[in-house]
Design a protein around this ligand. Structure first.
Ligand code: HEC
Length: 249
């Protein structure tokens, strides 16, 4: 008696499963590429964060926090988190080009800020992980923007820097997925879409506030933080933003 409907349900779920796995298989390389770029950006931010006290030290002039040093330490952090070094990954020529462009972007941004970093008598210099990451992403785009783009964005109402404003796709995914309450924390979202008139693979990776972020992004909302922006009133674990990666076909 229940046979008919049950078959239909089974059939429906099989076809859905098959479709999902096909899509997933198709995207696997792109997902790996996106995750690698995000992981290295995060490693770079961690290096800046690890040296934040040094950077902000007003009494030391020359700090030897060179682009090369930041790249070396970022590659170490990356290898530690990924369980293998970048050179052991045997990347395709295309992936290697993107990774190299990112490495160069990191190096150039740090080297170009040596005077600022080494400024004696200045404490907070504004050279923080978020600003560093934005500059690295902008430089990355200058190098390989015809093939890939990266950006750290945030929900529209939280955005500090105008350049970080979410586009329509990013805002839609942030609202409908990441802020929906049903989204598994940390899970990224990927989709094939048209962007700038081109077939593109887009990936959005959510990021959350940890305790260390709250000195600037926490409470009381509206109070001006050390970087000169009003605090967002965020709490630990709240959605802070997202790393957005686009790979053009
Ligand atoms: C010292 C203050 C400070 C701390 C600490 C800090 N941020 Fe920020 N954050 C900023 C500033 C300033 C910007 C804008 C940077 C820029 O684009 O130049 C920013 C930008 C961002 C952005 C990009 C979107 C936007 O609003 O422009 C995200 C996402 C973000 N922060 C998340 C975090 C997270 C997560 C942490 C903790 C891991 C953190 N921040 C720690 C000051 C801070």
């Amino acid at each position: 008696m229940h046979r008919g409907p049950r078959c239909a349900v089974i059939l429906a779920s099989i076809s859905v499963c098959t479709l999902a796995s096909l899509v997933a298989a198709d995207n696997n390389d792109d997902i790996a590429t996106g995750e690698r770029l995000a992981a290295f950006l995060r490693a770079g931010r961690s290096v800046i964060s690890n040296h934040q006290d040094l950077i902000n030290n007003a009494s030391i002039g020359k700090k030897d926090l060179t682009g090369q040093r930041v790249v070396t330490e970022a590659l170490q952090i990356y290898a530690g988190r990924q369980g293998k070094s970048a050179s052991e990954e045997h990347l395709s020529a295309q992936d290697q080009q993107l990774f190299d462009a990112q490495i160069e972007a990191l190096r150039e941004v740090v080297d170009e800020h040596q005077q600022e970093i080494d400024a004696k008598g200045v404490g907070f210099k504004g050279f923080i992980p978020a600003t560093f990451a934005r500059l690295v992403n902008e430089r990355f785009e200058e190098k390989v923007g015809d093939r890939a783009k990266m950006k750290v964005t945030a929900p529209e109402d939280l955005v500090r820097n105008r350049k970080a404003r979410p586009d329509a796709w990013e805002q839609r995914i942030i609202e409908s997925k990441f802020l929906s309450g049903e989204w598994t924390k940390g899970r990224s979202f990927v989709e094939e879409v048209q962007m700038d008139g081109r077939n593109s693979f887009r990936m959005l990776i959510p990021e959350y506030y940890s305790a260390s972020c709250l000195a600037c992004h926490g409470k009381p909302k509206g109070e001006i933080d050390i970087s000169g922006y009003p605090k967002e009133g965020g709490a630990e674990g709240d959605l802070a933003g997202a790393i957005s990666i686009t790979l053009f076909r």
